[in-house]
Design a protein around this ligand. Structure first.
Ligand SMILES: Nc1ncnc2c1ncn2[C@@H]1O[C@H](COP(=O)(O)OP(=O)(O)O)[C@@H](O)[C@H]1O
Ligand SMILES: [Mg+2]
Length: 342
C-alpha cells in the first residue's frame, strides 16, 4: 500500500516506533546519547585523550566505563597501538602479578617458559585496569613504581624493562573511601587521579533512554524477518520510570529478554520484566517531563509530515532553524528510516 506521494507506507506505524536514524553526533565515539551529561563526557574524553597522564574513571557498574576507556584510547595518539585490558576483580590475586608484569623462566614452580606481562604487551598503547579497587595492596606498590618510573621488572628478572604505556583505570568504588579504609594506597590514588572522569548513571541521563533503547533494539534484532516492531507506549513509560541500578548493561539485558519473550508486535512492560508505570509520574522532574514531551511532539510531527522540514516547522509553530536545533538536541534526523526522502 502506498501513500499519496509514492512513499511506501510502513506496516502499522506504532506511536513509538523509532522513526529516525540518529545523526552521527548521537553515536559519536561509539557512545549513544545526546543528553547534556553525555555531551560533556564526550568533550572530556576528547580532552584527556590528548594528554598522556593516567586517567581514573569512576561510575556505577554497567554505566559505560570500559566503553569510555576504549574511546579515550581510540581518540589518543596511541590509537594505532594496542589496548590491553585487565579486570583486577575477575582474576585471583595470586595470578595478577605475573599476568601484569610477566615472569622469567623458572621464576616460580610451573614457570616453564618466560612470559611477557600485560604491561609489556601494551607497549606503545594503553593499559586498561578495570576494577582497580580490587588490586591487592602489594601489587598496588608494584603498579605505583611502574607509574613513577615507566619501567617494570618481570618476576624473577634481574633487569628492568622500559615500557611506554598509558594507564587508564576504572572503579565503581569511591577510591578515597578505600584509602580511608586502608585498602588502597593514597599515593597510588594521587598518581592515578591526575585526570578523573565520571561516567554518569543511566538514571541521570534519562533523555537518552529512547535513543539507547532503539539502538539496542536494532542491535539485537534477529537475522531474518521479525514481527517485533518496537516499544509500546507503556513500555517506554516503564523504561523511563525504572531506576536502572544496573545502568546500560541492565537495559541491554532487558531488551534482549524482551526480544525473546514478546508475543505481540510491540514490546510490553511485562516483556521487559518491568512493572507498568503509573501515568504520569508525579515524581518526575519537570525538566524531564518537558524534555520527553518535546521529543515526543517532534517525533510525531516529523512522522505526520513525513520528515518534510518546512511542513513540520509550520505545524509546530517554530522556524526551520529552531526545528533543526531541536532535532539535533533530541538526536532526530530528517531522513525517514527505510525509504528514500521524497
Ligand atoms: N552510551 C552508550 N552507548 C552504547 N552502548 C553503551 C553505552 N554505555 C554503555 N554501553 C554498553 O553497555 C554495556 C556496559 O558498558 P561497560 O562499559 O562495560 O560498563 P562498565 O565498564 O561501567 O561496567 C556494554 O555492552 C557497553 O557497550
Ligand atoms: Mg566494566
Amino acid at each position: 500500500m502506498s501513500l499519496p506521494g509514492g512513499l511506501p507506507q510502513r506496516s502499522g506505524p506504532g506511536p513509538t516506533e523509532p522513526a529516525q536514524r540518529p545523526p552521527p553526533a548521537a553515536t559519536a565515539m561509539g557512545m549513544v546519547g545526546v543528553s547534556p551529561a553525555m555531551v560533556q563526557l564526550r568533550r572530556q574524553i576528547a580532552k584527556v585523550a590528548r594528554a598522556d597522564a593516567p586517567v581514573l574513571i569512576w561510575g556505577e557498574s554497567g554505566s559505560g566505563k570500559e566503553l569510555a576507556a576504549r574511546a579515550i584510547h581510540q581518540a589518543s595518539r596511541r590509537a594505532a597501538g594496542p589496548l590491553v585490558a585487565l579486570n583486577c576483580g575477575a582474576m585471583p590475586a595470586s595470578l595478577i602479578q605475573s599476568e601484569l608484569f610477566g615472569h622469567e623462566r623458572g621464576a616460580f614452580t610451573g614457570a616453564h617458559r618466560e612470559r611477557r606481562g600485560l604491561i609489556e604487551s601494551a607497549n606503545g598503547g594503553t593499559l586498561f585496569l578495570d576494577e582497580i579497587g580490587d588490586l591487592p595492596l602489594d601489587l598496588q606498590a608494584n603498579l605505583l613504581r611502574f607509574l613513577q618510573e615507566r619501567r617494570i621488572q618481570r618476576i624473577g628478572a634481574v633487569r628492568d624493562i622500559e615500557v611506554d604505556v598509558r594507564v587508564v583505570a576504572a572503579s565503581h568504588l569511591r577510591l578515597q573511601g578505600e584509602v580511608d579504609a586502608g585498602r588502597f594506597r593514597a599515593d597510588l590514588l594521587y598518581r592515578l587521579n591526575v585526570l578523573p572522569l565520571t561516567v554518569p548513571a543511566l538514571r541521570e541521563r534519562r533523555q537518552d533512554l529512547d535513543l539507547l533503547s532503539d539502538h539496542f533494539f536494532g542491535l539485537y534484532a534477529p537475522e531474518g524477518p521479525s514481527r517485533l516492531q518496537g516499544f509500546s507506549e507503556p513500555a517506554r513509560r516503564a523504561l523511563h520510570a525504572h531506576d536502572w541500578p544496573g545502568n546500560v548493561r541492565e537495559l541491554i539485558n532487558r531488551i534482549q529478554r524482551a526480544r525473546v519473550m514478546a508475543d505481540g508486535r510491540w514490546i510490553t512492560p511485562a516483556d521487559l520484566d518491568l512493572a507498568q508505570a503509573p501515568v504520569p509520574d508525579p515524581s518526575q522532574r519537570l525538566e524531564q517531563v518537558r524534555w520527553q514531551a518535546e521529543a515526543e511532539a517532534l517525533r510525531r510531527s516529523l512522522e505526520r509530515q513525513r520528515h518534510n522540514i518546512t511542513r513540520t516547522a509550520r505545524e509546530l509553530g517554530v522556524s526551520r532553524m529552531t526545528l533543526y536545533r531541536l532535532m539535533n538536541k533530541h538526536g532526530l534526523s530528517s531522513d525517514p528510516v527505510g525509504g528514500p526522502s521524497p
